[in-house]
Design a protein around this ligand. Sequence first.
Ligand code: AHG
Ligand code: MN
Ligand code: MN
Length: 343
Amino acid sequence: MSDIHQFEGQITTIERFILDQEKAHPEATGALTHILYDVAMAAKIIASKTTRAGLAEILGSTGEENVQGEVVQKLDHFAERTIFRLNDHTGLLGVMASEENDDVVPIPQRFKPGKYVLVYDPLDGSSNIDYNVSIGTIFGIFRRVTTEGPGTLEDCLQPGNKLVAAGYVVYGSSTMMVYSTGEGVHGFTLDPSIGEFLLSHPNIRIPAKAKYYSVNQGYENYWSEGVRRFTDWVQGKDAGGPGLSLRYIGSLVADFHRNLMAGGIFYYPADSKDPNKPYGKLRLLYEAAPLAFLAANAGGAASDGRTDILDLTPGELHERTPLFIGSKDLVERVEDFIVRYDV
Ligand code: AHG
Ligand code: MN
Ligand code: MN
């Protein structure tokens, strides 16, 4: 008589998994656990809206009772407010920083400031919302460097190698939350029928053999010589190049997720298309650094073309950086091209 349960995998919720990881650290206070819980909750609330984003105009114009205000609001503003409202009163954070706010996001004075810092891009890939393309949320968690009172800008301007946790949510054909506290990278898929993130991708490792390269080749003319030569090589135009397929969604989270799972390199290089943004479009603090933390914990790497992203300290909240991230051998190879051909 075969065991009817033999083919059924274990069911592990993200809450259970986070708690089990905390138990492995007797010194843990549980604060990081609760922050990760709150981020997962924010992801569920945002996910409940992303499947209807395209209806915002229609539903909003009918004034239907069941249309909450936030559906009409731009989704990235809604995502921003959701993350803030879940985290401002918990006493766990001393300060936050968001792509949507010019300055740091202070904890309201009526709440006790905590020991951690949350930095986040509430909705990544916003330009894709109107075209029903995958979008995401990116977050990083630091310990404060200041010891009392409200958190400050100094608490936010930390290098990625000081992150205690980081992750992203990808709102795609399914909603997944992927995070790491430095002990492996783990993926959870949302079952919307029960409102739970269930462990679906434990211990994600970037495959040794890469499948894709991801870059917006529409900007090729603005790249440096080294980046152009690397792109020829990776396409297989040069002898010895791997001849990878190009996949580019234009949502960093979705592009990164694919390369994390399938192996490959994503890059948004410095380009000369906008003299005011010589370092490309992506932000160091809440886009490049959290994803670099994940890449490093999955056996991959991330660079600005010459330096490990995790070793870069932001000089200001929204500082931009070139980003080359994914399979380690490809990141190292593009660094070689840049060192060799760029002044
Ligand atoms: P955001 O929507 O948070 O501003 O991020 C958009 C970014 C990133 O998601 C993506 O990789 C990049 O914009 C795409 O830029 P291009 O359209 O210039 O390729
Ligand atoms: Mn973004
Ligand atoms: Mn954004």
